[in-house]
Design a protein around this ligand. Structure first.
Ligand code: MG
Length: 312
């Protein structure tokens, strides 16, 4: 182990492939920082800081301040001690020094999940875009009222190819009443054998309303996946201890040092699905390494076909 790394860092800005509209509003530009560590032998490794402040991570400015105050140097011990208030910095530096992970453990390939345009924009998209056979698709809800979106939903599921698996993601934007209406509707669709398989409803309520989400998970048959509620490893630990009965969506790029997440998952098997924060190929490489090892086998990862093909 080398005593000290030389640190370079470079902020970046990239437009998203199409503006993403969620219950948090529109998002058009991904900003982050690429860090480069050089050891005493001149060998270089990279990591990526891709913050998502509305998930409770540090802001880009905080990450930049952290990189600046390093004065171009960091030790392995200092990487271990990056504070939990900087989870994306922990991820980037941890990734850059994570060499002991076997690549592609069992050789299984990961399936992609295609994010559909939000709201009624999905219909012209479906009319003009050929979908693969048996796709996994995701559609955001909680942007318009249940009355409007449920009509679109019923129209949408009639237009999807056979064998589609569909995920709905509310980004915590539903009221309890709307969540109950959505889950009743989704449970009713389960009886309809010609309808696509609804894999789960993702994060119906905001993270602080976890008790109500436990109630929903116990009341309805449709699975609930938590996303915003497990933005940090500490939250994942707590929910695991509380025996959350659904799935966990892990945005590993914002969850701190990947070596810590890897060893926690090794000791605590649970149904997890790895998901993108629209990071570049640098962070994606580490996230997919984790996904190869721990993503629930029967589920696609939350990365688009393009993101998965770019990573190869
Ligand atoms: Mg989500």
């Amino acid at each position: 182990m080398y005593s000290c790394y030389h640190v370079d860092f470079q902020p970046y800005q990239l437009p998203l492939p199409f503006p993403l509209v969620t219950a948090h509003g529109p998002w058009t530009i991904r900003e982050g920082i690429v860090i480069r560590l050089t050891n005493a032998h001149g060998q270089t490794t990279e990591g990526e800081i891709a913050p998502l402040p509305w998930f409770g991570t540090e802001t880009l400015a905080m990450a930049q301040d952290f990189c600046q105050q390093l004065n171009g140097q960091i030790t392995p011990a200092e990487i271990e001690q990056i504070p939990h208030t900087l989870p994306c910095c922990q991820f980037a530096f941890g990734s850059a020094v994570w060499h002991d992970c076997p690549e592609n453990d069992d050789g299984r390939s990961l399936l992609p999940c295609q994010l559909l345009p939000t709201g009624a924009a999905v219909f012209p998209y479906l009319a003009s875009t050929p979908l693969p056979t048996h796709p996994t698709l995701k559609w955001k809800i909680g942007v318009h009222s249940f009355e409007i979106e449920s009509v679109w939903f019923l129209r949408l599921i009639k237009q999807l190819p056979p064998g589609t698996r569909l995920r709905l993601d509310a980004n915590g934007g539903l009221s309890l009443e709307d969540a109950q209406q959505w889950l009743s509707l989704l449970d009713r669709q389960r009886q309809n054998t010609s309808a696509p398989c609804i894999e789960y409803l993702e994060q119906p309520l905001p993270p602080e309303r976890i008790k109500e989400m436990f109630g929903l998970a116990r009341t309805f048959q449709t699975a609930i996946a938590l996303d915003e509620s497990v933005a940090q490893l500490a939250q994942l630990r707590t929910l695991y201890q509380q025996e959350w009965p659904g799935l966990y969506i892990l945005k590993a790029a914002i969850m701190g040092d990947p070596r810590r997440l890897d060893s926690w998952l090794n000791a605590h098997p649970c149904p997890v699905i790895f998901s993108s924060v629209f990071e570049t190929a640098i962070a994606r490489h580490t996230v997919l390494k984790l996904a190869q090892r721990w993503n629930a086998a029967e589920y696609a990862v939350g990365f688009s076909p393009l993101q998965l093909s770019q990573s190869e």
